[in-house]
Ligand binder design. Structure first.
Ligand code: AMP
Length: 336
């Protein structure tokens, strides 16, 4: 099913645009090198015409009215790509084309029932997202997935959704960086230390749709939990972190999982005073700006500085020391 959907994606994207179900905003990518990383800044002036929506509250209990939830039925037929069901856990999903696309073929994996965008990714979410990335690979495309979790993550919709966009073979800029890291132990989380903010990454073992379901689930779930633990630990080191459940961004490729703790949704640019909303794409190394002035302001202020301002400080070294201490305590207790 996933491969059928992916193989029809180009055609469906074209026809949704022609029918007027999907709005495509043309943009151009500017490359900007900083700390040895080639960041992409996408300039999309047409977005100035798109009204900015206030960030909704994501708590499940607040009850989102179905008529206001674009991810509840009835779906716009031109955007509806199909349904998926996780046979193991029974969770059902809907695949939709992004109605407001800046990148062609941008699509969403949405839970069929309402679930909150503040909830962590469940094992079935991770498995289905990974299988979609694998299906894309099989149909000749390269995509990555992202999830904006929580009120300060840059998400605009409260109904649980993961997103998928195509990238060139090497992946988004931070993924290219992750691929260059040599690891002594591939099962341990690591941090991209060239980046000036807390980020937690796990290298995934070789997985595909032919991997046994339980092994696929175990690998993805184990990686996610270890990164979520570190995300929460990073946030706890910041005494001014806002109350409530922590926000973070997830970036998933076929090779790595990245979690980035978030403190703020947007950053006020020094030069212009404009608010720049940052989501997982920004942390993938692909910021979006709406004008030449904003583009220049971002380059002048520095991508790393902007991301640090909406993320949290890295305490990776301390976390490694704490992990060693825990290992030593376990060894000591085992030998008693
Ligand atoms: P986020 O802003 O990260 O929460 O992602 C939500 C995405 O849903 C945005 O990229 C919107 O463009 C997209 N979107 C909003 N309304 C619809 C809709 N009715 N159908 C499909 N996508 C939508």
């Amino acid at each position: 099913m996933a491969t059928t959907i992916l193989s029809q994606l180009s055609e469906r994207f074209e026809s949704a645009g022609k029918e007027g179900d999907l709005l495509f905003f043309p943009s151009e990518v500017h490359h900007h090198e900083e700390s040895g990383i080639e960041f992409e800044i996408r300039l999309c002036p047409a977005l100035q015409k798109k009204p900015a929506l206030p960030t909704p509250h994501f708590d499940a209990g607040l009850g989102v009215s179905k008529s206001k939830d674009p991810f509840s039925p009835p779906y716009i037929p031109g955007l509806f790509l199909g349904e998926l069901k996780d046979e193991e856990e029974g969770q059902e999903y809907v695949l939709l084309l992004n109605k407001y696309s800046v990148v062609p073929k941008h699509f969403l994996l949405v839970t069929k029932d309402f679930q909150s965008q503040s909830t962590p990714l469940m094992p079935c979410d991770l498995v289905q997202a990974f299988l979609l990335l694998d299906a894309a690979r099989k149909t000749g495309g390269s995509f990555f997935a992202f999830y904006n979790c929580g009120e300060n993550s840059g998400a605009s919709q409260p109904h649980k959704h993961m997103q998928f966009i195509p990238v060139d073979g090497g992946g988004p800029p931070v993924e290219k960086l992750a691929k260059t890291v040599r690891l002594e132990d591939e099962k341990k989380p690591f941090s991209l230390s060239a980046l000036p903010y807390a980020n937690h990454v796990r290298r995934l073992p070789a997985l595909s749709s032919s991997t046994r379901r339980e092994d696929l689930e175990e690998s993805l779930q184990e990686a996610f939990i270890s990164l979520l633990d570190l995300t929460i630990s990073s946030v706890r080191h910041d005494p001014t972190y806002p109350a409530g459940s922590p926000s973070y961004n997830v970036i998933l490729t076929l090779e790595h999982m990245h979690l980035i703790p978030r403190k703020l949704e947007d950053h006020v640019l020094n030069e212009t005073g404009d608010k720049l909303s940052v989501n997982a794409l920004g942390f993938a190394g692909m910021l979006l700006v709406k004008s030449e002035t904003e583009l220049e302001a971002v380059k002048k202020e520095g991508v790393g500085k902007i991301l640090r301002a909406v993320g949290v400080e890295s305490v990776h070294e301390q976390q490694i020391l704490d992990a060693h201490e825990d290992d030593r305590n376990l060894d000591r207790n085992a030998s008693l």
